[in-house]
Design a protein around this ligand. Structure first.
Ligand code: CP
Length: 303
């Protein structure tokens, strides 16, 4: 692995290795023994969208590893005044050992990787959210002890989380049923990727189909960052796609719920379901830290 831009660049062995390293960093952190694997290393944290979890967990994780993380809002960089991404890449690549980039266009993250000469990690784009889905896989594997053979359901927007979940779940041997309203399907290339897995993947419109017999149910907001002007239309289009108690009752007893956060209670998930699964959801948020340390440890310290 030279970069982490999207999950389809990773094999099952590479994903498993990330999860194994993340488990080990978590164990060592809890034992009060964080390895200083980033001593003398600096990581640029470039954000063109809001963030609570990704920014703070990276800053804390890099600190725990003995490195320096520099938060850079793209509003404050010359990018905001038109400096091309390839020039920004060639400058930052001369100062930093790695760059995390959260932005809108996947092509901008790919360009940063092409021109910077250092490992680039996607902090989320409109197309993919690889760090989040690796975290979800870690959290589900912690809970069940395995991923192979589990049945996952996703109810919601066929956007970046959906794209990365399809790749992550199928690569790791899970079955996935995804329910998205008409007009909100995942990316065509990801649906093409899923075809090789045959009946292990199904795209439905009925959210009950995604919930039925699930071991884990995923959802995400109906209106993602940058779509705020579509909020009312989306509320209408996603009506009936809420993860509520009736839908949870269709899943297997003890079914987990995963939400990348922030959550909009009363839209994609009811307060009752959210609070009933809060330990799983905030355990997932905690695991962002350990997965990000694992990706950095692999890219910069040969873990
Ligand atoms: N899940 C996630 O990426 O959270 P933030 O947007 O707060 O970083």
């Amino acid at each position: 692995m030279n970069h982490l831009l999207k999950l389809s660049n990773l094999t099952a062995d590479e994903m498993t290795h990330i999860l194994d390293v993340a488990d080990e960093y978590k164990r060592l952190h809890r034992a009060g023994n964080d390895p200083k694997d980033l001593q003398g290393k600096a990581v640029a944290l470039m954000f063109g969208k809001h963030s609570t979890r990704t920014r703070t967990s990276l800053e804390v994780g890099i600190y725990q590893m003995g490195g320096l993380g520099t938060y850079l809002s793209t509003d404050d960089l010359q990018i905001a005044r038109g400096e091309p991404i390839q020039d920004t890449a060639r400058v930052l690549g001369r100062y930093y050992d790695a760059i995390v980039y959260r932005t809108f266009k996947q092509s901008d993250v790919e360009a940063l990787a092409k021109y910077s000469g250092v490992p680039v990690i996607s902090g989320m784009t409109d197309y993919a959210h690889p760090l989040q889905v690796l975290t979800d896989l870690m959290t589900v594997r912690e809970h069940y002890g395995t991923l192979e053979g589990l049945r996952a359901g996703f109810v919601g927007d066929g956007y970046n989380m959906a794209n990365s979940l399809i790749v992550g779940c199928l690569t790791m041997g899970m079955t996935l049923v995804m329910a998205c309203p008409k007009g909100y399907r995942p990316s065509a290339d990801v649906l093409y990727f899923a075809r090789q897995y045959g009946e292990k993947f199904r795209l439905a419109e009925d959210p009950d189909e995604a919930a039925r017999d699930a071991d884990v149910l995923f959802t995400d907001v109906w209106t993602s960052m940058g779509m705020e002007r579509e909020t009312e239309r989306r509320r209408r289009d996603f009506y009936g796609y809420t993860l509520d108690a009736a839908r949870m009752a269709l899943a297997k007893p003890g079914c987990m719920v995963q939400h990348p956060l922030p959550a909009h209670r009363g839209e994609e998930i009811t307060d009752e379901v959210f609070e009933g699964h809060a330990d799983e959801i905030f355990g997932e948020a905690e695991n962002r830290l350990h997965v990000e340390k694992a990706v950095l440890g692999i890219l910069l310290a040969g873990k």
